[in-house]
Design a protein around this ligand. Structure first.
Ligand code: AHR
Length: 515
């Protein structure tokens, strides 16, 4: 090889290397958006929330009492009502969680000064005065414009007690329970549709075997009488497929409407790590557990399909979200944690998974709404902040009751050590007004993703959108800087030659609107 050839070959190598990092060999994410294949409705109930008598979720969260100096309506903070109304929350699950199987609803009705105090043995061992009970919750749901999802006690309660609760809440005519309701100030029934038949029956709800719970479910559900009830069986813990199989086999389809599934995200169950100041490894592991939702839904659905091919029974993921160590100095039983961009990533990918499985997943509930686990709102006395997760929920609300548009994603990898995860997650829908929305998440901690979305012949003329991003993965809002992270207008998406090109910074999420 002469000198000229040598130099030419060096140049070629250099060019290829530089092109490799910039484009020619760069792995790119390619998405096919099947705008021409509308595929059923994304139930708005996928965007549900959860409020347990746990820590400062109800007391000192939603509810500060009628005499509080914090502006309130019937004891519920007005700032919280306004913030949650802005999310269009479709349903709110109450009173637990594990608390539900320890809760006796009759303790929480009637004149407040006559209600007995109880000890919340499940969470923190604190005494509560029952000043927030059935009327308080159901009237709060009215204020929020949301449907109630009541979790019944099948652990320490009785069949009669739960049957009475259904009658108290829903019966229009004259009966012992509806008379009591009227006496307690509520003439009209609330007509609550969603009822949980116990919670985590495999654990805090009674440590039952699935075979035993099937019998319990059938007994309780038989006496939960009324029109249009949507009964949800206590479902599997994560990958307990035997639980789902046993319930599907043992409970007649006409006796239930949904089966629950609980799955949380964390670096590991034993070592959850801090909510802020976590390592990249802890971030990666958390995203791994969050993305596992895809596998869990696919496998539970496959079992359900065997017994219910027409998809009558909903998969109800009524507890999901990030679970980390509590903030220093707070009660370990209160599960109070900060909420960072990592939580926003959990929410973004999980909601995309739910959207894409909306033929089976019809209801889901983020755990939990205020001051507990992956909260959308944190409070400190009169102060309140909206977490990054709040902003994700607000951005994604466009998918509620919209028509799913299927996507095929060939994504770049997020590599950490010997392992890799898909960097990009996508879901899309078209709303009643004809607008198409695409939610795109890049979980990669260090790489901007260049995403090409082939809109498959759809003739879009305009694209706009908003992005949630920050400079550090554990960035979060504080009571001093409550707006540090919020959604802003996004300029990184362009329509060109019938394709949508998106540049998404590391650990960020955008929702695009196309018309
Ligand atoms: O959300 C906190 C707890 O997690 C719930 O009470 C329980 O159902 C689950 O184990």
């Amino acid at each position: 090889m002469n000198l000229l050839q040598k130099n030419l070959s060096k140049l070629t190598c250099a060019c290829l290397l530089s092109l490799g990092s910039q484009g020619l060999f760069a792995q790119q994410t390619v998405v096919k958006l099947h705008a021409d294949q509308p595929s059923g409705t994304i139930s708005k109930h996928i965007y549900g929330h959860f409020a347990e008598h746990l820590g400062r979720c109800i007391y000192d969260g939603f509810y500060v009492g009628e005499n509080s100096s914090i502006p309130n309506t019937a004891g519920v903070r007005n700032d919280i009502i306004a913030a949650l109304k802005n999310l269009n929350i479709p349903n709110l699950r109450w009173p637990g969680g594990c608390f539900a199987d320890r809760y006796h609803w009759k303790d929480g009705v009637g004149p407040k000064e006559q209600r007995p105090s109880i000890v919340n043995t499940m969470w923190g061992g604190v005494t509560e005065d029952n000043s927030f009970g059935t009327h308080d919750f159901l009237n709060m749901c009215k204020l929020l414009g949301t449907e109630a999802y009541l979790a019944g006690n099948t652990g320490s309660g009785t069949v009669q007690e739960l049957a009475d609760w259904v009658q108290y809440v829903n019966f229009e005519g004259k009966s012992p329970m509806s008379d009591l309701r009227v006496k307690n100030g509520q003439t009209k029934p609330w007509n609550v549709k969603f009822w949980g038949v116990g919670n985590e029956a495999w654990g805090c709800g009674g440590n039952m075997t699935p075979e035993y719970y099937v019998g319990e479910y059938r007994r309780y559900a038989t006496f939960m009488e009324g029109r249009n009830l949507f009964k949800i069986a206590s479902g599997a813990n994560v990958d307990d497929y035997h639980w789902t199989e046993t319930l599907m086999k043992g409970i007649p389809l006409q006796m239930m409407d949904g089966i629950a599934l609980h799955h949380y995200s964390f670096p590991s169950w034993e070592k959850k790590g801090p909510a802020t100041g976590f390592t990249e490894q802890q971030y990666f592991e958390t995203m791994k557990t969050a993305l596992r939702m895809e596998e869990l839904i696919t496998k539970h659905t496959a079992i359900m399909n065997k017994y219910d091919p027409k998809k009558k029974i909903a998969l109800v993921v009524d507890e999901w979200g990030g679970w980390f160590e509590v903030e220093k100095g707070t009660n370990p039983g209160f599960l109070y944690q900060q909420n960072t961009m990592r939580d926003a990533m959990i929410a973004g990918v999980t909601l995309n998974i739910f959207n894409n499985h909306s033929d089976r997943v019809k209801i889901a509930n983020l755990a939990q709404c205020i001051n507990v686990l992956q909260a959308v709102i944190l409070t400190n006395k009169e102060k309140m902040l909206l977490s990054p997760t709040y902003h994700v929920m607000e951005m994604y609300k466009v998918h509620q009751d919209a028509t799913l548009l299927p996507v095929e994603v060939k994504t770049d990898d997020y590599v950490f050590g010997q392992e890799k995860l898909p960097s990009v997650s996508v879901s899309a829908s078209k709303n009643a007004g004809g607008l198409t929305h695409v939610s795109v998440v890049n979980i990669n901690s260090s790489k901007t993703e260049e995403i090409e979305i082939d809109v498959n012949g759809a003739k879009f003329r305009n694209v706009s959108g908003r992005i949630l991003s920050s400079s550090k993965i554990d960035d979060h809002n504080t009571f001093e800087k409550p707006d540090y992270i919020k959604a802003v207008s996004f300029k990184g998406a362009v329509l060109k030659d019938g394709k949508l090109k998106v540049k998404l910074p590391p650990f960020s999420l955008a929702v695009l609107e196309l018309n």
